[in-house]
Ligand binder design. Sequence first.
Ligand SMILES: [Zn+2]
Length: 75
Amino acid sequence: MCDVCKSKGLAKTMLNGSKENYSVTTMLYQVFLGKRVEIELCYLHDIELFKKGERRFISTNLEVMPILWQSKVAA
Ligand SMILES: [Zn+2]
């Protein structure tokens, strides 16, 4: 499930229409200093990340930070 939708309590199926089954796992490199972190995104949020870039994407979706911090901080 999309981490951003999960953190905001959004219904992925409502936001993404025919792309509701689209899911991508991608890496963020600029969120935690010196650490990579995995994030799972739906179609809509994948596009949002692409358009805004990591920093602006996170700053407009701060709710996702606890999820990233708790379970996803990778090497
Ligand atoms: Zn989403």
